[in-house]
Structure formats: C-alpha cells, structure tokens
Design a protein around this ligand. Structure first.
Ligand SMILES: *Cc1c(COP(=O)(O)O)cnc(C)c1O
Length: 391
C-alpha cells in the first residue's frame, strides 16, 4: 500500500502487470481468471490485439486537439452510437459520473426552458450514478453520501421497481422534469425490475412530458446480450448515459439524447477539455467494431444463460443462498449474510470477483470469455460459496 495515495480504497494486496483475454497475471507471475472485467469495463478482455493496434496507430497520429475544433473520430462515434441506440446526438466526456452529470444538467435546462424554475428529477433507492456532488446526490446509497452534506436538491427519491411510488410523485410534484433510472441496477446488486417497469415509466414520462433518462453506464455495450438493456423492451429513452465498457478501459462517458432532449443544449451550455478526444473516440469506435465483428452480444446472451443455469444447478436450494440473478453477463448471487471475505478466497483461488451491498456476489466477466472459462468461473466459485456458508 502506498502512503502517497489518498486512502479512498481498501485495496486488495495484489497488482496486475499483464493481461491477455480473460486472464491477468500479478507481479509474482500468478495467473487469475477475470470475472469482473474492471467492473464491466474490459468487455474485450485485456490486450485485445485489434484494439491495441488501433490505439497505437491513433496515438502516433493525433491524441487530442480540443472541442473548439471539429474532431472527426468524435463525429463518427456520435453517428455510430446514434445508429446503434436509435438516438439522435451525443455529448462525450470522461466518466460515468460526468455522463450522468450531463444528463442532470440537460434535464434541468429542459425544465427551465419549459418555465419550471426548480426542476426535479425522480431517482431510485439503491441506484448508483457516480461520486460528483450532483451524481452522488442522485445516487441511492446513504453510505456513499454520508459526510458530504449538503447534498444537492432537485431530486425526488422513490423505491426501485415501484410504479405506485412514481405515480404518487407525479400527482404531487409539479416540478418533475425527468426520471433517471438504471434498467438493471448494477452497484445495487444486479437488481432486475419486473418486465413492464420501463414501459410503464415510458408511458408516464410521455403523459407528463418528462424525460426518461436511462443510466446504462454498467449495463450497456453488449453486456446484457443487446447493445443496451432497454433494447430487450420496446422502450426508447430520451436520454441514455454510457461509460464503463464503451472504450474498454480508456476513460470515456457519453450522454446521448433523442427528440426534444437532443435540442436542449446550445453553444456555451456545456463543455469539457478532454472529452471526445481523437484517441479515446477511435478506441471506442474500434471497441464497437470488435463487439459487432466477433458477435459478442450474442455470446453475452448465450454465455449468460449457460452460466446462470450452472450457478442455479450448483447453488440453488442451499441454505444461505437467497437468490441467483442474471441478465446476460451480469450476475448477482445474494447470500443471507455479509460475504466480503469471498473476494479474498476467490483471489487465492485465482479468480477475480466482487461483492456489493456486503452480501451480493457480483460477476461481470468480459464478453470474450470462452465456454471453458465461463464453466471454470462457476466451478471455482460455487464450492467457495458453499464452504463459506458452512463455516
Ligand atoms: C459505475 C457507474 C457510474 C459511475 O461511473 P464512474 O465512471 O465511476 O464515474 C454511474 N452509473 C452506473 C450505473 C455505474 O455502474
């Protein structure tokens, strides 16, 4: 541990120095199977040769200019994402929090343009939108918020997957301009709403002229078997935010809008120094091309079903295992007790996993894993969970 770094992370005592596909190696040469992908970032795994070549090529041409000039790679990425998402235009920055920050600013400006002086955004319990003051205020996690008061106003919080609660806000609060929601809650423990949830929110937003803003920072980029999780439904959002898997580890965020929402910002309303640079956008474009050319959405779907079935076979019915949830390559195995120590025992066994909300084992493996690697994740982790519960 370094005394020269602020103490913001309780880090595991391991550093990875090299990776290849779903494998990473630590300083001592020990190999690990990566079932977390840098928290849904490295969808293509590590050191994908085509991505490495594109990054090297672009770095040798031009890395960054400024958004005061045209950036051709940014224009191409905006167009490509519009095609894939059915949206109209994009603003690029450098992280998920910034993408959501952009969405929050967009919704507020949209409200003011419609004469609403104190625009309010409906947000959810257990949600995660980032750690800037605005996104932390939107986030439904008291632990993360504690100590950073005063938080920002302008948010109305309701339980996730509870339409009655949103309807009550609609009846009582004339300042609402938007709903911000994850189609699948990631940090909240892979919480999957009932099937018609998004469609109902869409109907309500249409009726009230609210913006439906979907945070797909974690669930986007092919992870659930479609480019975006909402594409499993017939719902189209007004605003979509992306980040994690979009450039496979290069810092990027995107706030993507459609219809009226796409016309809200004008010159001078919003900006960024680094966002949308040539190198990052070329990396994202190449990431999208690889996901497409290697059929990785289909793989995410097939492997997701295979792993979910295998986990259910290994773990369901066991006392202490409350629920096993999966949506493509997002898995949450909820236990009845805190299980953070499983991260360490998995690490010892050569497997990278995560625990969220203290009692939910979360897996977000890269989309490029092989059948054998997928099976290995299940066969390494399941006995660890069984042994942990027995102790
Ligand atoms: C990780 C995450 C964020 C925050 O992204 P950062 O890049 O860490 O700022 C926002 N929303 C969701 C759904 C996330 O999973």
């Amino acid at each position: 541990m370094s005394a020269y770094l602020m103490n913001t992370y309780k880090r595991l005592p391991v550093a990875f120095v090299r990776g290849e596909g779903a494998w990473v190696w630590d300083e001592s040469g020990k190999r690990y199977l990566d079932a977390l992908a840098g928290i849904a970032v490295n969808g293509l795994g590590h050191a994908h040769p085509r991505l490495v070549a594109a990054i090297a090529d672009q770095a040798a041409k031009i890395i960054h200019t400024s958004n005061i000039y045209r950036v051709l790679e940014q224009e191409q990425l905006g167009e490509k994402l519009a095609q894939l998402s059915g949206m109209d235009n994009a603003f690029f920055n450098c992280s998920g929090a910034e993408a959501n920050e952009s969405a929050i600013k967009l919704a507020r400006l949209y409200g003011h343009q419609r004469g609403i002086e104190l625009p309010t955004i409906v947000v959810m319990d257990r949600s995660w939108h980032g750690r800037t003051i605005a996104t932390l205020s939107a986030t439904g996690n008291r632990k993360a918020q504690a100590g950073f008061e005063p938080l920002l106003g302008g948010f109305a919080r309701v339980p996730f997957d509870d339409l009655d609660a949103v309807n009550r806000v609609a009846e009582n609060n004339a300042n609402v301009v938007a709903v911000l929601v994850e189609p699948v809650q990631g940090e909240g423990g892979i919480q999957i709403p009932e099937q018609r949830y998004l469609a109902h929110l869409r109907e309500l937003c249409d009726r009230k002229e609210w913006l439906l803003m979907l945070d797909e920072v974690q669930s986007g980029m092919g992870r659930t078997g479609k480019w975006f999780a909402y594409q499993h439904t017939r719902v189209q959002p007004d605003v979509l935010t992306l980040a994690k898997g979009l450039a496979n580890g290069m810092p990027i965020g995107a706030c993507i809008a459609r219809g009226a929402a796409a016309q809200v910002f004008g010159p001078g309303n919003h900006g960024t120094t680094f966002g949308g640079g040539a190198l990052i956008c070329r990396t994202a474009l190449t990431t999208l091309a690889i996901i497409e050319d290697e059929g990785l959405r289909e793989r995410a779907q097939t492997l997701g079903e295979r792993m979910l079935a295998a986990f259910r076979q290994e773990l369901s019915g066991i006392d202490g295992v409350r629920e096993i949830r999966g949506f493509g390559l997002m898995f949450g195995i909820e236990l009845d007790r805190p299980c953070n120590e499983l991260v360490k025992s998995a690490l010892e066994a050569g497997l990278l996993i995560n625990v969220t909300y203290d009692n939910i084992v979360r897996l977000l493996p890269p989309l490029i894993i092989s059948d054998e690697q997928a099976d290995a994740i299940v066969s390494i982790l399941s006995p660890l969970i069984r042994d942990f519960i027995k102790r």
